[in-house]
Design a protein around this ligand. Structure first.
Ligand code: FAD
Length: 380
């Protein structure tokens, strides 16, 4: 058993770390304040090969594997969670097209996603009345000659307004329940697709979150991803991988919070000594480090299983559950250690606190992760 990344994995992490520190971090606070999507930074991610990390080179990807992908995501998230979301969702969409797409779909989408010619890929599953329970979705796709017509509304779609392609799930056979859902690739500019509301969020403000409205949106037959009725299975397998990504985001968030808190605790003096020398503060730092390291190990275990081609659904859910919950504790302690300063936007920990909050919610809430873990456990 080896607890260290190998040379190639460490090299991908180093590339991500350098870009994150030198280019992403310096403008993260401003992009958050102005809710500005940093297209120029996303282009840079494409140039560095960080948008299709786990996709074969023949399709423009970096072919670096799931572990390297997780390590890179930790580095991006330590600098800016919004940028990490763009990279995370785009990687997830690219992997989904790689796995389920036809040769023509791969050839069209993957090089454009990998290079950031298309600024992002988007994942169009959730709806106003269907988040945890996607089988309750109302969006319909009806056959029309050799194509399909899409009607409905998706909500909460990260980068839905800037994405070159969105994977959209719709019911093609409503009587079949969850087995009547299919997935489609819908490109930006398709007639009948409009961007609706932009959410005003408490965190991740540089990552746009929008609703997408489909009204008589006609798609060619070639837009179908996978088989009719296979949609929910495609979504669940994509989310297994995505959860390693959210766990990685949580780990990066915790590392940034721990670094900031340790730095502050060494500098801030009360009662004649740095607060780090008060045991109550030192113990908070110790607990934060344990939460970080435990989460990192769980995330890398799930990534290693995925890379080895072994089942990893349970481990990905465990990693996402534990890391996202641990991140809540860690960012709260980081704010506490900063005292009043922690409650101001002048210090990074306030933004970390706001950004971390969604990690227990998206790509399956903590309650849904517990359901997945328990189901897998009882199956065995
Ligand atoms: C910033 C942001 C970005 C997002 N990006 C995307 C995206 O790109 N693509 C996309 O498709 N979606 C996206 N989402 C949607 C996200 O995945 C959903 O919000 C999430 O899955 C929860 O769904 P919901 O909001 O409908 O909550 P609900 O499903 O209504 O859940 C409400 C509460 O009830 C609990 N609950 C529900 N069912 C059960 C149950 N059976 N047992 C116990 N508890 C239960 C939940 O855990 C939660 O606490 C995003 C959301 C946010 C906030």
């Amino acid at each position: 058993m080896d607890f260290q990344p190998d040379e190639a994995q460490a090299a991908v992490a180093a590339v991500a770390r350098q870009y994150a520190r030198e280019r992403i971090a310096p403008e993260a606070a401003r992009n958050d304040r102005e809710a500005r999507f940093p297209a120029h930074l996303v282009k840079g991610l494409g140039e560095l090969g960080l948008l299709a990390i786990n996709v074969p080179a023949e399709h423009g990807g970096s072919e670096a594997g799931a572990v390297a992908s997780a390590l890179a995501m930790m580095e991006l998230a330590a600098a800016d969670r919004s940028v990490a979301v763009v990279a995370g969702v785009t990687n997830m969409v690219a992997e989904t097209i790689q796995r389920y797409g036809t040769a023509a779909q791969r050839a069209r989408c993957l090089p454009r996603l990998a290079s950031a010619e298309w600024l992002a890929g988007a994942f169009g599953l959730s709806e106003p009345a269907a988040g945890s329970d996607p089988a309750a979705m109302r969006t319909r796709a009806v056959r029309d000659g050799d194509g399909w017509v899409l009607d409905g509304e998706k909500q909460w779609i990260s980068q839905g307004d800037v994405a070159g392609v969105t994977v959209v799930w719709a019911k093609t056979d409503p009587a079949a329940g969850g087995k009547g859902v299919s997935a489609f690739l819908v490109e930006q500019g398709t007639p009948g697709l409009t961007v609706g509301r932009h959410e005003e969020k408490m965190g991740l403000r540089a990552s746009p979150t929008v609703s997408l409205v489909f009204e008589g949106c006609r798609l060619p037959g070639s837009a179908l991803l996978g088989q009719p009725g296979q949609g929910l299975a495609i979504a669940l397998s994509a989310l297994d991988g995505g959860r390693i990504g959210i766990g990685s985001q949580a780990v990066g968030t915790m590392r940034a919070a721990l670094d900031a808190a340790a730095r502050y605790a060494r500098e801030r003096v009360t009662f004649g000594k740095p607060i780090a020398q008060h045991q109550a503060v030192a113990f908070m730092l110790a607990d934060m480090a344990v939460d970080h390291d435990t989460s990192r190990l769980l995330v890398l275990r799930a990534a290693a299983l995925k890379e080895a081609g072994r089942p990893f659904t349970r481990e990905a859910a465990m990693a996402k559950l534990f890391a996202s919950e641990a991140a809540q504790r860690v960012v709260a302690r980081a704010v506490q250690i900063h005292g009043g300063n922690g409650f101001t936007e002048e210090f990074e920990v306030a933004r970390l606190y706001r950004d971390a909050r969604v990690q227990t919610i998206y790509e399956g809430t903590s309650e849904i992760q517990r359901m997945v873990i328990a189901r897998k456990l009882l199956e065995e």
